[in-house]
Design a protein around this ligand. Sequence first.
Ligand code: HEC
Ligand code: HEC
Ligand code: HEC
Length: 356
Amino acid sequence: MFEGYRYAPRARAAIARSAGSCALVIASLAASFAGASAQTQPAVLYHNYCSVCHGDKGDGRSRAAAALVPPPKDFTDRAARRDLTRERIVAAIKYGRPGTAMVGWTTQLSERDIERLADYVLAQFVRRESLGDPRGRAIYAKNCAVCHGDRGEGAVWAAANMARPPRNFGAPEAQSLTRDAMIAAVTHGRPGTAMAGFGTQLSRQDIAAVVDFVRTAFMAPDISGTRAHGGREADAASAPAGVDMTAVFPNGLKGDAKRGSTFYLANCATCHGARGDGEGPRAYFINPKPRRFTDEAARARYNRVALYAGIAEGTLGSEMPAWNKVLNEQQIADVAEYVFQAFIRGRADAIRPADR
Ligand code: HEC
Ligand code: HEC
Ligand code: HEC
């Protein structure tokens, strides 16, 4: 059943179906005059494959746009600047956006072209004016980045050395910080922490500028819809105690670990490693890194239910595909069962791949 597995064409068909035939026609039109070539410049790739929907200026103004619900992303607006990380752009180009006209391009474009396109979109449209107000950015770089990190996530050294580490501005909890509270914190500091007041060094306008910069550049909403972007390490480390490891799959499914192992080795090991240790050959090239199923935190956290959901839905903004676009429920249960038994429970030796 796993023979002849092809991710992209089936996913494309499924997505295009759900997005309506109009999108399919537009997408295949774009593809048909594209003419793939390994050496094509990213600007040409963009023109050939993307501008038909996203527009020559990346602002979503194209003739196709009127026919599409949701409309093509405007790469130049504020929201895009806040939300579109490189990883998210790469993921969108590879796997598309389910239920929209944005289909995955892995059959037309090589891995390398996808990366070049993502860089092009970022540099050309998204970051055209640098993130946030340039003055705020400069103040941040000079005064704040040392503790709060270049990307507002909290510098590694600071997290390790301070009793109260700096805020991770990208974490969902940070979203409840109001502009006023932030201005107060920057002006007066936070007593008993490393956060000193800047009220004597920076003017009120500068403080407002740096706070606005932090808010625009870092305090992005959760891109996965369910989870913190940039909060991954934290959520893996704080594995909930008392996860029920005997929980069963949804809908009465029973996984077949042997069948799952064949599939795992063919399709998942490239990233997650044959031993489930996250050291597959592709792992080196991608960020965030594939989950290590053999970590203590993973072992405490991934029961069958969590594995099933994680595999089915994928992780937006990472290279982890949503496998429910290409696998049926039974196949997802099979591979989840294998991961569970082999790595979470550590019984890989007991399971030999079926028909290899
Ligand atoms: C057939 C029309 C169409 C084509 C062709 C197309 N897109 Fe899209 N794209 C869309 C639509 C519609 C959305 C909005 C999807 C949504 O709202 O989730 C979108 C969204 C996106 C996003 C945002 C994803 C996110 O996470 O919000 C990116 C990045 C993107 N497209 C890049 C590209 C690139 C690069 C190409 C060329 C390889 C391309 N698109 C080709 C229609 C298209
Ligand atoms: C020496 C390290 C350090 C520097 C430099 C620093 N911060 Fe902080 N910052 C911290 C720490 C630690 C906290 C967490 C305080 C707490 O938990 O209450 C923090 C918290 C904050 C908060 C959140 C306050 C809250 O209510 O939780 C804001 C906003 C902030 N910093 C902005 C800035 C800005 C803007 C700058 C630069 C002008 C800056 N910080 C410079 C260490 C630093
Ligand atoms: C192209 C690389 C890649 C492939 C192929 C891949 N994964 Fe992943 N996977 C990832 C990455 C990256 C993450 C981590 C995302 C994160 O940090 O949130 C991940 C996360 C996961 C998670 C945790 C999800 C969660 O919500 O916590 C599970 C479970 C998983 N993968 C299982 C699989 C299985 C099973 C397969 C094969 C059917 C597979 N993966 C194929 C890259 C990949």
